[in-house]
Design a protein around this ligand. Structure first.
Ligand SMILES: [Fe+2]
Length: 340
């Protein structure tokens, strides 16, 4: 059975009060957590999306991706893909967990910083920035995921510089903007909890989150399996993780796109990359052999966090998702009082 920590259980919680529209903006509301985020620095780093792409553009495309997980080989391949697609760095958004399981934390941070895409903080950035003793992924104490995390998190902590930790600590926890009339919000896991695992098989959870989101589309990561779920309350879009396969028995990883033309098209995409090199890098350091095998096999070493449906689908090749929304339909739901 899933061994997920319940919502509200960790210190990275924050609540919604305001969304910035017509531009990508970070959520700068007071947080229940005692964590101090340097919003001035983060604002400088994340306030450069051209208006033509963020709102009202008719040919804009966003590239979206979750956890690079210290997998510099996959991140490099994605950057090449973005360049091949003609998607500028300011139109690329990472939902956090830049550093986690794989073998090259410093190089991955250096590459994503040099690329200049948007990044929000995942639980790993929050924990590393604070020199916390664990990854904050939300794994149940004593579970296999928890045991494995002790290996890779300790390795990552040793390999991340003070300067990179400062960068992580200054990352925003969310972004909000409008795209061709759709209100879009970027979070790491859930609305309130960074390490909330949310999967496609949980429609009630998704509907509840969307109801409170104040957005038409919520883009989230953390859970590691790509999906697009349309509900009466809006759309939940997990573009998948970049640094680890999706437990579907293939070594390829995933990213997503939101393209604006005559309609707005949300889609998920496979990305082949040099996974043998990524696994070899992990084996040189020897810190997480089980995840090195996962890069090759496409199967996770532990299914602790998965609900029954996702667990049953282990090793089954995923199909890409595509959802088209009429651009002029704009908002999927009427703004509620709580969303304003
Ligand atoms: Fe995460």
């Amino acid at each position: 059975m899933a061994t997920r920590r319940p919502a509200g259980a960790r210190t990275g919680a924050w609540t919604a009060e305001r969304l910035a529209h017509n531009k990508i903006g970070q959520d700068d509301r007071p947080r229940r957590s005692a964590k101090k985020i340097d919003t001035t620095t983060a604002a400088k780093a994340h306030a450069h999306v051209p208006a033509s792409a963020a709102d009202g553009g008719n040919s804009a495309s966003l590239l979206l991706f979750g956890g690079p997980y210290s997998n510099v080989h996959a991140l490099s391949a994605l950057r090449e893909r973005a360049e091949a697609l003609g998607i500028a760095p300011q139109h690329c958004i990472c939902t956090g967990d830049v550093v986690a399981y794989c073998g090259e934390p410093e190089a991955t941070v250096a590459l994503i910083r040099a690329w200049g895409c948007h990044v929000i903080a995942g639980n790993c950035e929050e924990q590393l920035a604070q020199l916390a003793s664990d990854c904050g992924c939300g794994f149940e104490k004593g579970s296999e995921c928890d045991r494995l995390a002790q290996g890779w998190y300790g390795f990552a902590m040793q390999r991340v510089s003070a300067d990179d930790r400062a960068w992580m600590g200054a990352l925003p926890k969310t972004l909000a903007f409008s795209l061709a009339g759709l209100r879009v919000r970027i979070v790491h896991g859930g609305l309130d909890i960074a390490n909330h695992f949310i999967f496609a098989s949980e429609p009630a959870v998704i509907a509840e989150q969307l109801e409170r989101s104040g957005a038409d589309v919520v883009v989230a990561g953390h859970a590691g399996i790509p999906f697009i779920k349309k509900t009466a309350r809006g759309i939940w879009f997990n573009p998948g993780a970049l640094g680890m396969p999706a437990n579907d028995g293939t070594p390829e990883v995933w990213y997503g796109r939101m393209a604006v033309g005559r309609e707005i098209v949300l889609s998920t995409h496979r990305l082949a990359y040099d996974h043998e090199a990524a696994a070899a890098s992990m084996r040189r350091s020897g810190h997480a052999e089980a995840y090195a095998r996962a890069l090759i096999s496409g199967r996770w070493p532990s299914l602790d966090v998965l609900p029954p449906a996702e667990r049953a689908a282990s090793g089954r090749r995923l199909r890409p998702h595509r959802l088209a929304i009429p651009a002029r339909a704009a908002a999927i739901k009427q703004p509620s009082e709580r969303a304003r």
